[in-house]
Design a protein around this ligand. Structure first.
Ligand code: ADP
Ligand code: GN1
Ligand code: MG
Length: 354
């Protein structure tokens, strides 16, 4: 499934801290190509932005530069914030022959990313860090961020895309996922929850991260203290509950995103820690609607990502990188199981918020 990558020429355009010695693939992202670049004493992380998923790479890079510049005014310690390695001609990116954008970040050494939460302290630290990140973005000067993927967290429109894929069934895969697809197509009310509150004027859009998976956070090696929010490609206007919901999706459950559906249950201690960390980080900014809908945001966003995995499975795995046949189906079934479990726990979560 891996595309072949030849970074040497591209990287020669960046003002790396020292000459590149070697490189290897890095991380577990589903969309971009991420490489660890070994340079004498100061490693870097280089990424090729997927230009099918992000057709306007310039808008992505402008959003990221603006936000990093803004964050740098608040956090001077380079070990606690992301920055971009400039190109030799003073830009922050290079386009390759296919038009894809490349950028390089200094590696923030002495940090780890976790794929799964194992202790409540990690969940609390992550929720606090992502919530603080939003607080720092709240006074971003200038125009709103560019919309780099329209309707990214528009769950009803994600559901409509599933319905279209079902109609076309281009790979004849529908029969294998008929029951789960029928269940998903019935969830219009759940899907509409967050946007309905936005449309009713109860929730306002602001700059949000939109991909707050637990592995998009660098932590201290103890795995309990958050250091730096990363993976900023999906920065754009959104609802804070998209970020809380996506974090609940990946940080409330001990199993991986593609785990056995029977293991896709939320841990009550992790949920309580997520709620606690989020409210501490949001402070007075979390209004009544945000607090009320925290109870269901995890279920909505988990359902939404499940819908996207299922759509991609039916369409022949065109969007998310897969590592085995039927991987997107397995991810979808796991996410739907977790969404159902989170829904069943919404009254408990509401009680935690109070
Ligand atoms: P992707 O889009 O592939 O998910 P990320 O930006 O999340 O890309 O990077 C993938 C992984 O690489 C992260 O989970 C993290 O482990 C590591 N990583 C990325 N940037 C840095 C950095 N600046 N310093 C240290 N580790 C990093
Ligand atoms: C993708 O690139 P990565 O792996 O951080 C996806 C997210 C999904 C996530 C599911 C641009 O994130 O929206 O929630 O997979 N990113 C994009 O794991 O679609
Ligand atoms: Mg990532």
């Amino acid at each position: 499934m891996e595309t072949s990558i030849h970074p040497e020429e591209i990287l020669s355009h960046f003002a790396l801290p020292a000459p590149m010695q070697s490189w290897n693939r890095y991380g577990n992202g589903h969309i971009n190509d991420t490489l660890l670049i070994h340079c004498d004493g100061a490693d870097c992380v280089a990424q090729r932005l997927n230009n099918h998923v992000f057709p306007d790479g310039l808008a992505v890079m402008n959003n990221i530069s603006r936000v990093l510049e803004h964050l740098a005014r608040r956090e001077s310690d380079p070990h606690r914030r992301l920055s971009l390695v400039p190109t030799r001609d003073g830009r922050h990116w290079i386009q390759d022959g296919d038009g894809a954008f490349w950028r390089v970040y200094p590696l923030i050494a002495g940090t780890v990313t976790i794929e799964q939460v194992t202790q409540p302290a990690q969940a609390r630290a992550a929720a606090y860090a992502f919530a603080r990140f939003l607080a720092l973005l709240a006074d971003l000067p200038g125009e709103p961020l560019a919309v780099v993927i329209p309707d990214f967290h528009d769950t009803p429109s994600r559901l409509a895309k599933l319905a279209e894929a079902v109609k076309a069934d281009p790979c004849g895969r529908l029969a294998g996922v008929a029951d789960e697809t029928r269940w998903a197509l019935d969830q219009g009310k759940l899907a509409a929850t967050l946007l309905a509150a936005r449309d009713a004027g109860e929730l306002a859009e602001m700059a949000t991260h939109n991909d707050t998976k637990i592995n998009n956070l660098l932590m201290d090696p103890d795995g309990k203290t958050a250091r730096c929010v990363i993976d900023l490609d999906t920065l754009m206007p959104g609802l804070t509950l998209f970020d809380f919901g996506d974090l609940v999706r990946t940080a409330s459950c001990r199993a991986a995103e593609d785990g056995d559906p029977a293991d896709m249950t939320a841990d009550m201690e992790f949920l309580a820690a997520l709620v606690d960390g989020w409210l501490a980080g949001r402070g007075n900014s979390a209004g009544p609607a945000e607090r009320r809908l925290m109870a269901v945001a995890g279920a909505v966003i988990t359902f939404e990502i499940g819908t996207r995995f299922l759509t991609d499975h039916i369409q022949g795995d065109r969007y998310f990188r897969i590592h085995r046949p039927d991987h997107n189906r397995d991810r979808a079934l796991a996410q739907f199981a977790l969404a159902k479990n989170l829904l069943a726990r919404s009254a408990d979560i509401a009680a935690m918020v109070k």
